[in-house]
Design a protein around this ligand. Structure first.
Ligand SMILES: Cc1cc2nc3c(=O)[nH]c(=O)nc-3n(C[C@H](O)[C@H](O)[C@H](O)COP(=O)(O)OP(=O)(O)OC[C@H]3O[C@@H](n4cnc5c(N)ncnc54)[C@H](O)[C@@H]3O)c2cc1C
Length: 359
């Protein structure tokens, strides 16, 4: 379910007017990944965000062929040669328990943990596995490589009127745009405005505004050229893996974020619901971005699908060099979509299901 933002109220109208004043195309229709400005879509039912747990797992819990074990951490896939035969997990007491399978094992631990479990299981780059004394099952050098994530940099404004309340809602309005303004090509940044009472807690409020309402707007880098990695810190499954996001390593990424932030400031400062700008003041924009940009929590790519040497799964989601093992989660996306990753991940899972059913 992806309903449209209920109503952006005054802030939405104000954003629309500002876009039109700058000659930017605003549409009341959902933005489908191509360039344009408009309202956002959200998975919201009765004021609550809805994810895969409530929409897929809860309705399936009554099935007799489903058993969910809580407080269990998958520590490795068990192999007979290169054929997956089960999973070892740590229970809540930290004891190792093995579950055998008679068909196949599906890893869905996400972009950080799916490659971690593969590496702990002996599927990865042979040289790195050797360093951690992990016996090799399959030499798949791309496991944990190609980490990509959306990052965004935010600016803050004082609103001229009280902000509306949208419980459970994340964004109000957005724009997908390119630094060269070419609307024929895929957008390279996303502008979002968060003009609502409920604040995003991962962004500290500007000094002096801790107990006041602030209007936030941000620019997101959609298709970073920089990529990072997930690797082992130890062969101990309870040790965290090393995540090196390598943000902004390529100068082009900083350029896109800067251009995006400049347009964000231009639009927002001409919105009639805005009283004054708080942050950034007269700063070096690149320094500001480097010091303040944050993850939008959209990592993908560490078990990417493809045919090249760094691909981890094939088009059937099967892990290369193994049998009876698939990865189905955001880690298989070879690159980031021009938007948020929740629905693309659900689409990937739906496609995987069709393939597993033989369609
Ligand atoms: C704070 C936050 C806000 C977000 N907001 C949005 C948004 O507004 N819109 C949007 O489109 N996307 C959003 N995302 C991104 C979206 O949630 C992800 O893209 C999506 O959940 C990825 O799905 P996944 O199945 O790959 O991984 P996950 O959803 O992370 O699922 C992996 C699961 O595996 C479990 N797990 C991990 N390791 C193990 C292990 N060893 N053993 C057993 N279980 C394990 C985890 O606990 C988790 O339940 C947000 C993400 C975060 C973190």
């Amino acid at each position: 379910r992806v309903p449209r933002t209920s109503s952006g109220g005054g802030t939405m109208i104000s954003f629309k007017k500002a876009c039109e004043a700058h000659g930017l195309p605003f549409s009341d229709k959902p933005i489908d990944g191509s360039s344009g400005f408009g309202p956002t879509e959200s998975n919201i039912v009765d004021g609550k965000r809805v994810g895969a747990y409530r929409t897929y797992l809860v309705p399936a819990m009554k099935r007799e062929n489903l058993k969910v074990i809580q407080k269990a951490q998958a520590s490795r896939v068990i192999f007979d040669g290169t054929k997956a035969t089960g999973v070892e997990y740590l229970n809540k007491e930290g004891e190792k328990v093995v579950v055998n399978c008679n068909k196949e094992v599906i890893l869905s631990c996400g972009t950080v943990r799916s490659p971690h479990v593969l590496l702990l299981s002996g599927v990865g780059d042979e040289k790195n596995l050797k360093k951690h004394n992990i016996p090799l099952v399959a030499d798949v050098p791309g496991v944990g490589m190609n980490f990509q994530d959306h990052i965004w940099a935010a600016v803050f404004y004082e609103p001229s009127e009280p902000l509306p309340s949208f419980p459970g809602q994340f964004l109000s309005t957005q724009g997908l745009w390119r630094i060269d303004g070419n609307t024929e090509k895929q957008p390279d940044y996303q502008i979002v405005t968060i003009g609502r009472k409920e604040y995003l807690h991962n962004f500290p409020k500007p000094p002096g505004y801790e107990d006041k309402e602030v209007f936030m707007a941000a620019s997101t880098l959609l298709h970073p050229r920089s990529s990072g990695s997930v690797s082992l810190s130890s062969s101990d499954p309870s040790a965290y893996p090393v995540v090196d996001p390598n943000y902004l390593a390529c100068p082009e990424d900083l350029l896109v974020l800067r251009k995006g932030l400049e347009l964000t400031c231009k639009i927002v400062s001409s919105m009639d619901c805005i009283k004054s700008n708080i942050i950034p003041g007269p700063l070096d924009v690149d320094d500001y971005i480097r010091g303040s940009a944050q993850s939008l929590f959209h990592p993908v790519g560490t078990c990417k699908m493809g045919n090249d040497i760094f691909a981890v799964v094939n088009e059937k989601f099967e892990v290369k060099g193994t049998q009876n093992l698939r990865v189905i989660d955001a880690s298989v996306l070879p690159s980031l979509p021009s938007g948020n990753t929740h629905v693309p991940t659900l689409s990937v899972a739906t496609r995987a299901l069709q393939i597993m059913r033989g369609n």
